[in-house]
Design a protein around this ligand. Structure first.
Ligand SMILES: CC(C)(COP(=O)(O)OP(=O)(O)OC[C@H]1O[C@@H](n2cnc3c(N)ncnc32)[C@H](O)[C@@H]1OP(=O)(O)O)[C@@H](O)C(=O)NCCC(=O)NCCS
Length: 220
């Protein structure tokens, strides 16, 4: 008898978790450039694993002359369910073959042999993450899926991303979101700093495969 109750209890726990996962809607806010840059600067302060955090000025310099998307998830504090705080973010922008800014010129030079810039527009998933206490709740999937829709609507055929070998969580998440590695750049002295380049084709039917349940609020 006890084993029947244990089986029922396990089934109940599994069902509740599955229902919560699919019923919970992720609240995404889409920001215009100026206020978005400040929001990103604020949320990056919560990420201990980043070496040099982006400032609002970095964001403005990078994004001011190109199509870009600044998204942020707001979710309740665990001990204060009534109050929403920014917990995850993603910044995506167009990457062109004729970039002038040195960092982007360098990026284009490193990916040019693998990415077709002539036959399509290209999107680059620049920065993003989820605060530690809110990881594993689907926030990054929701942001990524929304960003893919935006890039596709812009006419991009591919989304690029880049990370370092040592960022295992990001590598796992990108794999799970079906990004493929197309280039590995070994660091001569420290393999944890080797760079991994990813691409995901943005297909017409991708909405069908999207799994996140999200609401997007466009901010003024
Ligand atoms: C990577 C990161 C963004 C994931 O955010 P998250 O909100 O926890 O991700 P999600 O819950 O939306 O997960 C998305 C998918 O990736 C998978 N995933 C995420 N982290 C994972 C991990 N550490 N191991 C295995 N799978 C993982 C999830 O299972 C999920 O897959 P599913 O939807 O098919 O079940 C977060 O861990 C993070 O911010 N890490 C630090 C950021 C970083 O390293 N930045 C470096 C600069 S690039």
């Amino acid at each position: 008898m006890p084993s029947t109750w244990m089986t029922l209890a396990r089934f109940w726990a599994w069902t509740t978790e599955a229902l919560l996962r699919y019923a919970v809607t992720t609240l995404i806010k889409q920001y215009p450039l100026e206020s978005g840059a400040l929001e990103i600067q604020f949320i990056e302060e919560h990420f201990g694993e980043f070496g040099r955090r982006k400032t609002a000025a970095d964001i403005l310099t990078r994004l001011s002359d190109r199509p870009s998307l600044i998204l942020m998830v707001e979710a309740p504090m665990p001990d204060e369910p009534g109050s929403l705080v920014p917990v995850a973010y993603k910044v995506v922008h167009e990457l062109r073959a004729d970039e002038r800014e040195p960092k982007l010129c360098d990026l284009v030079a490193r990916v040019r042999d693998h990415v077709d810039f002539a036959g399509q527009r290209v999107a680059y998933s620049w920065i993003g993450g989820t605060r530690r206490d809110w990881r594993g709740q689907g926030h990054f999937r929701a942001l990524s899926e929304e960003a893919e829709l935006w890039a596709s609507a812009l006419g991009c055929g591919v989304m690029l991303a880049k990370t370092k070998n040592r960022f295992h969580d990001m590598r796992a998440a990108l794999a799970q979101l079906h990004f493929d590695v197309f280039k590995f750049e070994a660091h001569a002295a420290d393999n944890t700093h080797s760079k991994v380049y990813y691409a995901k084709r943005l297909e017409a039917g991708m909405v069908r495969d999207q799994r996140s349940n999200r609401t997007v609020v466009v901010m003024d």
